[in-house]
Ligand binder design. Sequence first.
Ligand code: CA
Ligand code: CA
Length: 145
Amino acid sequence: MSENKFLTETEESEIVAAIRLAEKETSGEIRVHIEKTTSMDTFERAKEVFSLLKMDETALKNGVLIYLAVDDKAFVVCGDKGIDDIVGDDFWDTTKEVMAGHFKNGDFKQGLIEGIARAGKELQRYFPCEDDDQDELSNEISRGE
Ligand code: CA
Ligand code: CA
């Protein structure tokens, strides 16, 4: 399956809308990156994409990347160090469980939307949205090779 046909335009705009909604509750910035495959370790590749997308440049270091390698059937939720500094290693476990449940059934759109919503809720406790919040990172889905 090509990552271009992976989501329809409608599904993609639903995902972007889910990011916009989640970011109304938290100053954390959520992005989704989808690519076909990677020859790298998935987590290492996610960290590389994180910096390629300049996600480490948010003021509070609270960007979160949901990285998905379609053909590898692998995904990673990767937060910046502002998050890692104050939460435990298991912080993303519920988010990942929600996503994995849908992915297993082949429902990638729903998995991403619910994962984004869950990540937003988890972040809200530590990084509530302030009145002067800015959209520091694009809500659009980014795509790799
Ligand atoms: Ca923001
Ligand atoms: Ca954003």
